[in-house]
Design a protein around this ligand. Structure first.
Ligand code: NAD
Length: 498
């Protein structure tokens, strides 16, 4: 049985001294245990952070051209490894291969953005702020930063943070999800091949013990977390209480608002793609479809017809949708379906009846469509994180907008309409961090920043883009005088411009 371990000091951790706690890693399409992953205890956390700390002291002094060379090499190697990574992701997460390759591509975009670090780190300069005095600003790395990632994007989410943090001169300790830990080790190997010095990128495999060890370690200066809202809140509160800079991205319940003038075929395609892609295990998945009457009957019929054409099965067989990540998670999502039925929602398509193209032991649940869901039902109030799409019928735009704004989550949302005025009003009024206009999954490009509002993000920095650079550096302002000719003089007053 394969043993998946940590990556410390630029190489796989010595097997002889691995911690005794491990967790099984499954192939979700078969239900088989394919490996065991080491779960770090405190001694390994200490060792990983010490290695990163030592490396950060040298790496922060590396020139921008040295860093850029490593980043360009990493970008090149990552692009070449797309299919290798996709295979690894599909084997442990279950998403279909094309989707796995897609997440690598979106992560690659951040690596490309980070290649521009010499420009991104430029400070500002003011000549002559006082007689013979100049001021300039610089941004410097923080030291050791931790990245804690969820199961649903084992390559893309680490790549939202790691290239920028490294480009800015930090050392990174990545704690991936224990459910699909192998992609992190492919990334580690690529960084090493790209010429990154030992210890600048570390992978710490583990569970909450490793997370809490990082959150309380005095040498960890910042934490980028992505995961469910309860854990994001814990990470934010614990990390900030220990003096760290924290950005903690949490869960989601993304609404798609369809106005009566929308192109219903476009809207139906979008709802199905964004609702069931990656089996709904995307933080930007659409899970609530809010339809302004009188078009709900027509839209629901179109969606149901499209679902009937989807193939659920093993992600390696060219299917449209794969299994859920674990048996427990599949059962939890089925529990939500049962609650929806019990609460009186109309079950238009029942994913429990799916006949998958895959092994009987896989964690299957087909696309599920509920109509006439009300705001009180748990299928609406809770994040389900599975292939369950709920339709809510409203009478007006304002009623639809109020639903979106009253929901505790505020990650992504979309409006479908031909009315530019309504779309413009929506983008202004909606209390959500990422908005699509006739675009169902509005994930920003790397040079913009990714993140939600309300219970979808704790902290004040979003991921990547300008906010990413800001997060992984701290500012310094330098006031300079080169006396010429030299003269001083005593003056105990507060310095002002002269
Ligand atoms: P999770 O919260 O269970 O786990 C995330 C990370 O935290 C993992 O590395 C895990 O090992 C660790 N962890 C789990 N429980 C912990 C605890 N009690 N204490 C400390 N650490 C703990 O999330 P998940 O199931 O891996 O991922 C799915 C969730 O992530 C969904 O809620 C989804 O919406 C969210 N997500 C959000 C975004 C976003 O950008 N906002 C992106 C992707 C996923």
């Amino acid at each position: 049985m394969e043993r998946i371990t940590h990556w410390i000091d630029g190489k796989p951790w010595d097997q002889a001294t691995v911690s005794t706690r491990t967790a099984p890693v499954h192939d979700p399409a078969t239900g088989q245990v394919t490996a065991h992953v080491d779960l770090a205890d405190d001694d390994v956390v200490q060792r990983a952070v010490a290695s990163a700390r030592a490396a950060s002291l040298t790496w922060r002094r590396s020139s921008l051209s040295q860093r850029t060379q490593v980043l360009f090499a990493f970008r090149h190697l990552l692009a070449a490894a797309t299919h290798e990574l996709a295979d690894v992701i599909t084997a442990e997460h279950g998403k279909v291969l094309s989707d796995a390759a897609g997440e690598v591509t979106r992560g690659l975009e951040v690596a490309e953005f980070a290649c521009g670090i010499p420009h991104l780190l430029k400070g500002s300069f003011s000549e002559g702020v006082s007689t013979g005095v100049d001021v300039h600003s610089i941004r410097q790395p923080l030291g050791v930063v931790a990245v804690i990632s969820p199961f649903n994007f084992p390559a893309m989410v680490p790549l939202w943070f790691v290239p920028l943090a490294i480009a800015a001169g930090n050392a990174v300790v990545l704690k991936p999800s224990e459910k699909d830990p192998s992609a992190s080790l492919v990334l580690a190997r690529l960084w090493a091949q790209a010429g990154l010095p030992e210890g600048v990128f570390t992978v710490l495999q583990g569970d909450r013990v490793a997370v809490d060890g990082l959150l309380t370690h005095p040498d960890v200066k910042a934490v980028s977390f992505v995961g469910s809202t309860p854990v994001a809140r814990h990470v934010y509160e614990t990390g900030t209480a220990h003096g760290k800079r924290v950005q903690a991205l949490g869960g989601a319940k993304n609404h798609m608002l369809v106005l009566p003038d929308a192109d219903l075929d476009l809207a139906a395609d979008a709802a199905v793609n964004a609702g069931f892609g990656s089996a709904g295990e995307r933080c930007m998945a659409i899970s609530a479809l809010v339809v302004v009457e009188p078009v709900a009957d027509a839209l629901v019929a179109r969606i149901a017809e499209r679902i009937s054409r989807l193939r659920t099965g093993d992600g390696r067989r060219g299917c449209d949708m794969g299994p859920l990540v674990t048996a427990e998670h599949r059962d939890r999502v089925v529990g939500f379906v049962e609650q929806g039925v019990a609460a009186g929602a109309e079950l238009v398509v029942d994913g429990r009846l799916v006949e998958p193209d895959g092994d009987a032991g896989g964690y299957w649940l087909g696309p599920t469509l509920f109509d006439r869901v009300t705001p009180q039902m748990t299928v609406y109030t809770q994040e389900i994180f599975g292939p369950v799409l709920s339709v809510l019928r409203v009478s007006t735009y304002d009623e639809g907008l109020a639903l979106v704004n009253d929901h505790p989550y505020g990650n992504g949302t979309a409006i479908f309409t031909h009315d530019g005025g309504a779309a413009r009003r929506f983008q202004y009024d909606v209390e959500v961090g990422m908005v699509g206009v006739n675009v169902p999954i509005p994930v920003p490009m790397a040079y913009y920043s990714f993140g939600g509002w309300k219970s979808s993000l704790f902290g004040d920095s979003h991921a990547h883009g300008a906010e990413g650079i800001q997060f992984f550096t701290r500012g310094k302002v330098v006031t300079t005088r080169w006396p010429d000719p030299s003269h001083g003089g005593l003056n105990l007053g507060f310095p002002t411009h002269e």
